[in-house]
Design a protein around this ligand. Structure first.
Ligand code: NOJ
Length: 537
């Protein structure tokens, strides 16, 4: 496989609204990100992916874009973004932006034009129909069709009412997106994350929403005219299966470099009507086999994104680990995940083992939580209590709580202005500063882990083969990586129960571990709760 500049890079996802509020107005901002660049450099990350920070009425926190070329004034100015790109570059880092090509805000000039009437040239940028058909629900609850009284037609919004779907079958819409991507490439963006990219080829009248017949043609067209010819790194949010992932990332197809797929994420969702709002204890053997399937499936036919958290999920300690074993499970999950083949994506706060922070219903902000409350609780599907239990695990605001930097007011997110979302309930003890400089902390472990990935065994970790081992041991994730720099073993207990492993040869060198156990020279290994070790034989 051809080697690419981004293959050995580590991506850190920033949710600007919640990262750091430099001007103390309650909302995180771009100057705040610039202030924390040295922290990120020291952590060992290379690329910063910012969720949408363009002008937006913020109905869905920026995934409702009103102007793709203007930075949202609540986050700063276009000059601040230029400065961020320059300051990041100075430190050897790059900025990746988030492109929402499936929908805009209803405040976008195109939609405002489209509302002028059926003959307006922008009408066909969107999807208007005389009847709300086919009947489909929006992801945030309720019908995905909104009545527009002026023209007596309905428009499609697969997400919030304020997020009308674009008609990507219209070539002008695709040209607009290409121009926007090129605009940001010219400004210095090194890559892009594409929101719900699998929806771009929808054919509504045939009832096709995801993976429409022309999807790949559209993505290829965009790639050829923008990011593909500029060697940008790309990742598409693509809810689907392994074949879908291959179809997007097979290098010879010249579409995307990576996708986010959610087979692991959805292990914690119910299969019933409550979906993510009924937490389901993930089967950790399914967890490891899904990862192994993607390691194998994309080995020579694409490239994996390695992630467990993002701004749409609960914190991985709560969802896949254990808050009673916060340090152990946060570090175990990181070891299991980030030494696989692929590109690590770390979500802000994950590097300190941040947990969920439950709140009263009225303290939440998320359009999905309120939309689904209406559909599920007011719709009689479940009780408020049951719904909140789900929110406390899988609700999106868990990840959007202002990042606690220290023990001062609001967790040091700012200088005291009321934050847009309540600070973390444990910020006095659980914050970046409390994790810094300690020999045993999640943050210290993350730094060691990223150093290991980039050190003496780098080519093994980046390009080496992956093979699952001891797969019959329950809730135990073990694999070997075999590559140019040697053979490395990774063993992680993903449970609270002790595990015992017999090796064929003694441990030669321990490269990383999250406990003090002496494994050196041993062939019989005993693992405590969430214990993890990386070694050579
Ligand atoms: C996926 C994004 O990650 C999520 O936050 C957003 O609400 C939807 N797409 C709609 O843009």
């Amino acid at each position: 496989m051809e080697r690419k500049w981004w293959h050995d890079k580590v991506v850190y996802q920033i949710y600007p609204k919640s990262f750091y509020d430099a001007n103390n107005d309650g909302i995180g901002d771009i100057p705040g990100i610039i202030e924390k660049l040295d922290y990120l450099k020291d952590l060992g990350v290379d690329i910063l992916w910012l969720t949408p920070c363009f002008r937006s009425p913020m109905k869905d926190n920026g995934y409702d874009v009103a102007d793709y070329r203007e930075i949202n004034p609540m986050f700063g100015t276009n000059e601040d973004m230029d400065r961020l790109m320059k300051e990041a570059k100075k430190r050897g880092m790059g900025i990746m932006l988030d492109i929402v090509a499936n929908h805009t805000s209803d405040q976008h000039a195109w939609f405002q034009q489209a509302l002028q009437g059926k003959d307006n040239p922008y009408r066909d940028y969107y999807i208007f129909r005389d009847e709300p058909k086919p009947a489909i629900d929006s992801v945030f609850g309720g019908s995905a069709w909104e009545y527009e009284p002026h023209s007596k037609q309905y428009y499609l919004h697969e997400f919030a009412v304020g997020q009308p779907d674009l008609n990507t079958a219209n070539p002008k819409v695709r040209e607009e997106m290409i121009d926007i991507i090129n605009y940001w490439l010219d400004k210095g963006a090194v890559g892009f994350r594409f929101d719900v990219i699998h929806l771009l080829g929808k054919e509504v009248d045939r009832g096709i929403f995801g993976y429409g017949p022309r999807l790949h043609e559209y993505v290829r067209q965009m790639a050829d005219a923008s990011f593909g010819r500029r060697d940008a790194v790309t990742v598409g949010e693509a809810w689907g299966d392994i074949q879908n992932a291959v179809d997007f990332t097979l290098p010879s197809r010249h579409e995307l470099n990576m996708v986010f797929q959610f087979e692991v994420t959805t292990l914690s969702w119910s299969q019933g009507p409550m979906g993510k709002f009924a937490y389901h204890q993930p089967d950790m053997d399914a967890f490891k086999s899904i990862f192994a399937k993607y390691q194998d499936g994309l080995n020579d036919r694409g490239w994996n994104s390695l992630f467990l958290e993002n701004h749409d999920s609960g914190r991985s300690v709560d969802v896949f680990g254990s808050t009673a074993y916060r340090y152990e499970s946060a570090t175990a999950l990181a070891t299991a995940l980030y030494l696989q083949k692929g590109t690590p994506f770390i979500y802000q706060g994950q590097e300190i083992g941040l947990t969920n922070s439950p709140m009263a219903l009225e303290d939440y902000d998320d359009v999905e939580i309120f939309g689904q409350y209406k559909a599920l609780v007011e719709g009689g599907v479940c009780s408020k209590e049951a719904f909140l239990e789900g929110v406390y695990k899988n609700g999106r605001d868990n990840a959007r709580i202002p990042l606690p930097w220290n023990a001062s007011i609001n967790g040091g997110f700012n200088a005291g202005a009321t934050p847009w979302l309540k600070p973390h309930r444990d910020y006095a003890t659980l914050n970046v500063e409390a994790e810094q400089g300690k020999s045993r902390s999640v943050l210290t472990f993350y730094k060691k882990l990223l150093k290991l990935r980039k050190g003496e065994f780098k080519n093994t970790f980046v390009y080496g083969d992956f093979a699952l081992i001891y797969s019959e041991v329950k809730d135990f994730f073990a694999y070997q990586r075999n590559g140019e720099d040697g053979l490395v073993y990774v063993m992680v207990n993903l449970s609270k129960e002790a595990k015992h492993i017999e090796l064929l040869a003694p441990v030669k060198r321990v490269l990383l571990q999250n406990q003090e156990t002496d494994f050196q020279g041993k062939t019989s290994l005993d693992f405590g709760p969430y214990e993890a070790v990386v070694f050579t034989l």
